[in-house]
Design a protein around this ligand. Structure first.
Ligand SMILES: N[C@@H](CCC(=O)N[C@@H](CS)C(=O)NCC(=O)O)C(=O)O
Length: 216
């Protein structure tokens, strides 16, 4: 099989990126510089007309959307432990994964890219401020889950939920939320980041876990 992952440093593509490394899979990482608008280039739009990362290309087949990519990788690389294998544990992990993807993630998009929701400058500031407050509440929900993690959010093994939690917590820094204040999630994210496979991803993406800057 040939696997290629289009990713952007620090973006949600960190989730499949770290799962591919955890699986020990051979894959081609292809960086897309979102800040340079490369996702809107004709070449990239030919791959994903929605102009977003992540994109997984598996033997020429293009797969988008994190949940679909993860389910595909989980079937392809069952040794990786991306999600629990079966039963209630798997259903609950999928429940949390879907919520992270369809609720927490888009709330942050309102903070980071309010221009996607309005072209009115005053409304942009209002959307950003409101979404940042909502985002804190959602990170608090993840904090309660992290406090119960045994030992990982995904279950007995580190997996997709741990990678998503790290990403969402890190983004909190851009929303004015000190990640170290979310103590259980911060400890979990650090533990996850220290796994050698994940450390390789962090190195490739040149990520700093704590991007929070206190207001002057
Ligand atoms: N629902 C999509 C969301 C993907 C998404 O929001 N990607 C962001 C990065 S985290 C992106 O590519 N943004 C660039 C843009 O919209 O211009 C998924 O699950 O893959």
């Amino acid at each position: 099989m040939s696997l290629k992952l289009y990713f952007a440093p620090g973006a949600c593509s960190f989730v499949p990126h770290s799962m591919l490394e955890l699986a020990g899979a051979e894959f081609e990482p292809q960086m897309v510089k979102l800040h340079k608008g490369e996702q809107r280039s004709p070449e990239y739009l030919a791959v994903n007309p929605r102009g977003q990362v992540p994109v997984l290309v598996d033997d020429g087949q293009v797969i988008t959307q994190i949940v679909a990519i993860l389910l595909h990788l989980d079937a392809r690389l069952p040794q990786a432990g991306i999600l629990p294998a079966s039963g209630g544990q798997r259903a609950r992990a999928l429940q949390t994964l879907a919520w992270m993807n369809n609720t927490v993630h888009p709330t942050f998009t309102h903070v980071f890219m309010p221009e996607k929701f309005t072209d009115d400058e005053a409304a942009k500031a209002a959307i950003r401020a409101f979404a940042a407050r909502s985002y804190k509440g959602l990170l608090d929900e993840i904090e309660a889950m992290a406090a119960q993690a045994s030992p990982w959010l995904t279950g007995e093994r580190p997996g997709a939920l741990d990678a998503y939690a790290l990403t969402l917590l890190r983004w909190g820094g851009y929303a004015g939320i000190d990640p170290t204040g979310q103590t259980a999630t911060w400890a979990l994210a650090q533990r996850f980041a220290e796994l050698p496979a994940v450390a390789r991803v962090i190195e490739r993406e040149r990520l700093q876990l704590n991007v929070y800057k206190p207001a002057a």
